[in-house]
Design a protein around this ligand. Structure first.
Ligand code: BGC
Length: 436
């Protein structure tokens, strides 16, 4: 048995040599969503506006999304069926604060109902305060570029925390500050569609300040009310970057630059105000000078053309642990796959890497798969599927069905471990060193 309580036991079952890879006791198993991608009924934010402007690739709109707002009891029952003991959901800022001076208490009450239902099902909620979308009144006042953006955000955070604190321990202040800054202000893919390095730097500073202030506020609030310590983090998207041409010093330089721009300048300044590290991993890139990212030849790709690179998961986990020594909660990991053909093996391959990282001493508290349901994929639309649960978007009743990957996930969560045959010790124990 390893020091951290992990076991690999070998069993003989119907003549097969099986290995059970156990995860630490109390490990959190669940899946994740964000507010506007699933809720429906909220039209007062910039991603809705973006869809109206024709910026969603398949032309769909998040009007109803998957109607989680009303169907949450059914969805929570399905989470339970998949043996979740944790789930990440989002709050929609625009719904809670529809105008600068107005807070909608009925929306907050509704979130209380959702959170209570999760708790009653024995599912620990992990709640995101900001997941890409912003209220239109905030956008009209300059969005995250405005000097007083963190102040606006803090007022919303104050209201949300005051109302929900008794139901929540785990908070994510800001989802992927690095992806948001890059996509919204540098590459122009997310609203407001800017392409400016200087705007992006300003936004980065404001997001990090907003996180710090929210972190402080949440901790003070819990202390004053005598609640046990909250756990607060950002949800950080980490990728592996490697030189496209192994021996090129210029490519190596580009790798360093990208690592600094995309990871370090976001995490280093806030490392002292994180109770855990919310880590999200999807894929890695090869980097070519000056700053071009490329696929890795020979790897399978998902429906969006992203490399399926499980080893990168191990690399980012070990890198983050070595640098920050913070317990890690995987707040997202998943893939886009319309027919659920890739997802089952994607899941297993990534969990093997996660297990390997834990076995080598990385403290990991849990794993939340992206996503619970086939939801509204940001700028791709409804046609792109990331869910453990299938949703028929063409039927007005939006029927749900747990996919094969969802069933597999449920078994793993129930066993708190993976049962595998043909286990190759070397694939779990060998590791490559991150280049950066
Ligand atoms: C985001 C999700 C998104 C997922 C798949 C993550 O970076 O947090 O909102 O749906 O990627 O693209």
């Amino acid at each position: 048995m390893a020091e951290n309580g992990l076991v690999a036991t070998y069993v003989l079952w119907e003549g097969l040599d099986l290995t059970v890879l156990k995860f630490p006791p109390g490990f959190l198993w669940g899946s994740a969503t964000s507010a506007f991608q699933v809720e429906g009924g909220s039209q007062n934010h910039d991603f809705y506006d973006w869809a109206l402007k024709g910026r969603v690739k398949d032309g769909t709109r998040p009007d109803e999304a998957v109607d989680f707002w009303h169907r949450y009891p059914e969805d929570i029952a399905l989470m339970k069926e998949m043996h979740h003991n944790a789930a990440r959901i989002g709050l929609e800022w625009a719904r809670i604060q529809p105008e600068v001076g107005t807070f909608d208490q009925s929306a907050l009450e509704h979130y209380r109902k959702i959170l209570t239902a999760l708790r009653e099902a024995g599912i620990e909620p992990v709640v995101t305060l900001h997941h890409f979308a912003n209220p239109m009144w905030f956008v009209k006042r300059g969005g995250w570029e405005a000097q007083n953006a963190p102040e606006h955000f803090l007022r919303y955070v104050g209201e949300a925390i005051s109302c929900l604190a008794d139901l929540v321990t785990w908070w994510v202040t800001i989802n992927e500050p690095n992806v948001y800054t890059t996509y919204a202000y540098f590459q122009g893919i997310f609203p407001p569609g800017k392409r400016s390095f200087f705007a992006a730097q300003k936004v980065r500073k404001h997001l990090l300040l907003a996180h710090r202030e929210a972190y402080r506020f949440i901790h003070n609030h819990y202390r004053i009310r005598g609640f046990s310590e909250p756990k607060v983090s950002v949800a950080m998207h980490l990728r592996t970057f490697d030189s496209a041409r192994k021996t090129s010093p210029l490519d190596k330089l580009a790798v360093k630059m990208l690592h600094r721009l995309f990871h370090l300048q976001f995490l280093d300044p806030i490392a002292d105000s994180l109770d855990y590290l919310g880590l999200q991993y999807y894929s890695g890139d090869l980097v070519r000078f000056p700053l071009r990212t490329l696929n890795r030849p020979g790897l399978p790709k998902n429906a969006l053309g992203w490399d399926i690179y499980p080893e990168g998961f191990y690399r980012v986990l070990t890198w983050a642990w070595q640098r920050y020594r913070l317990p890690i909660l995987v707040t997202e990991n998943g893939t886009c796959d319309e027919a659920d053909e890739l997802r089952p093996s994607f899941l297993i391959q990534h969990l093997l890497q996660l297990h390997k990282a834990i076995k080598q001493g990385v403290t990991v508290l849990g794993y939340l798969h992206w996503s619970t349901l086939d939801n509204f994929e940001l700028v791709e639309g409804l046609s792109r599927r990331f869910g453990l649960i299938y949703v028929d978007h063409t039927d007005p009743a939006k029927p749900r069905r747990i996919k094969e990957s969802g069933r597999l996930f449920g078994q793993i969560a129930r066993e708190n471990g993976l049962v595998i045959s043909e286990f190759d010790e070397t694939s779990e124990s060998s590791g490559s060193t991150p280049e950066r």
